[in-house]
Ligand binder design. Structure first.
Ligand SMILES: Cc1ncc(COP(=O)(O)O)c(C=O)c1O
Length: 342
């Protein structure tokens, strides 16, 4: 099987991984580091990171028994697959979507049922409902806003899929802060839902590897069984406690990214032979009339790295650009203009 890989040439403008262009502010870093210095590194962290779970749960009106903390949200997605999916079990995945889900499904030996997005790259809710209701479906994974398309699914549509589904329904809300629409409120009516969130995107802490999931306590208990003990290190737990309450900072940054997203979208729309798709995340998918490889490498030659997504289903002409700082976005648009004119 092919693994999860990334081509990563060194470019001064790096818009290929949907990271936050802003680092964690220095005063918060110092707070975290000071607390880390005062702690005893010779001891394991608490067996259950109760304090961090409580702080995260509280933000969503949930008790700590609903929350699991991961070394990145990817780890928790892996844990859900391990807990829920055995050889031959069905897993329903939209396509195109984040490639990790299919990888996890293949490792588990799952029978993966693909539901393509509609031509406009919106979710095909009727077909998802139909497939999710089939016997033997243990897991449905919905990414909203969806990577790499930027399209989203509405909570009432997720509720209908969860209602119909015979197994768990994960909603990966890694890009939640850029759209503001969440399915967490559905948890009390749909105990088969699992919501994942990350510190890697709007929070700007991808390097720390922190994510969490919210689920019904009965589901969280089962997923916890496959999670390794002490999966999140003591320093990351200190960082999680410091960063989780930074709502004003997150909103300020997300608002800037949303404004830049609109500006880049309009910039792309003006370019000949380029078709951007509206996005609810911190990236934009666009298609080009010209072959992707020439544009992708032309941008690298000009110091701008984006993501070639042309091997994803339905996206033969697709590229994805992360929204960066205003000057990075300007550099991208200028470089693309040059490549198209060359
Ligand atoms: C949809 C989606 N989920 C999860 C992740 C990874 O999150 P984390 O850094 O928390 O593991 C990404 C990263 O690109 C993503 O696109």
């Amino acid at each position: 099987m092919s693994g999860y890989t990334l081509v990563q040439p060194d470019c001064p403008v790096k818009l290929n991984q949907n990271e936050c262009p802003f680092d964690v502010p220095e005063e918060l870093k110092r707070e975290i580091v000071d607390e880390a210095l005062a702690s005893n590194w010779g001891r394991y962290p608490g067996f259950v990171p109760g304090e961090v779970k409580a702080a995260i749960g509280q933000r969503h009106g949930l008790g700590p028994e609903h929350i699991l903390i991961g070394n990145g949200s990817n780890e928790l997605i892996q844990a859900v697959f391990q807990a829920a999916v055995g050889r031959g079990d069905r897993v329903v995945l939209p396509a195109p979507t984040f490639t990790l889900y299919a990888l996890m499904g293949r490792i588990a030996g799952a029978d993966i049922r693909t539901v393509h997005l509609k031509r406009d790259l919106s979710f095909d809710v009727d077909r998802l409902k139909e497939e999710s209701a089939q016997p033997g479906v243990r897991l449905v994974v919905l990414c909203s806003p969806n990577n790499p398309t930027g399209s989203m699914i509405q909570p009432e549509e997720v509720a209908a899929i969860a209602e119909a589904a015979t197994g768990l329904v994960v909603v990966d809300e890694a890009y939640y802060e850029f759209c503001g629409v969440s399915c967490i409120e559905l948890l009390d009516r749909h105990p088969n839902l699992v919501i994942t969130r990350t510190f890697s995107k709007a929070l700007g802490a991808a390097g720390l590897r922190l994510g969490y999931l919210a689920a019904d306590p009965s589901v969280a208990r089962e997923i916890e069984k496959v999670k390794l003990p002490y999966n999140v290190n003591a320093i990351s737990l200190i960082a999680a406690r410091t960063l989780i309450g930074q709502d004003a900072l997150i909103e300020e940054r997300a608002a800037l990214i949303r404004a830049e997203r609109q500006r880049v979208y309009e910039g792309l729309r003006e370019l000949p032979g380029i078709r951007p798709y509206p996005s609810h995340a911190n990236f934009i998918l666009f298609e080009a009339e010209r072959p992707v490889a020439g544009i992708f490498h032309g941008l690298i030659d000009r110091g701008v790295l984006i993501r070639d997504v042309s091997r994803y289903p339905m996206l033969e002409r697709g590229m994805r650009v992360t929204i960066g700082l205003p000057e990075e976005n300007d550099a991208f648009l200028k470089a693309l203009r040059e490549v198209l004119a060359a």
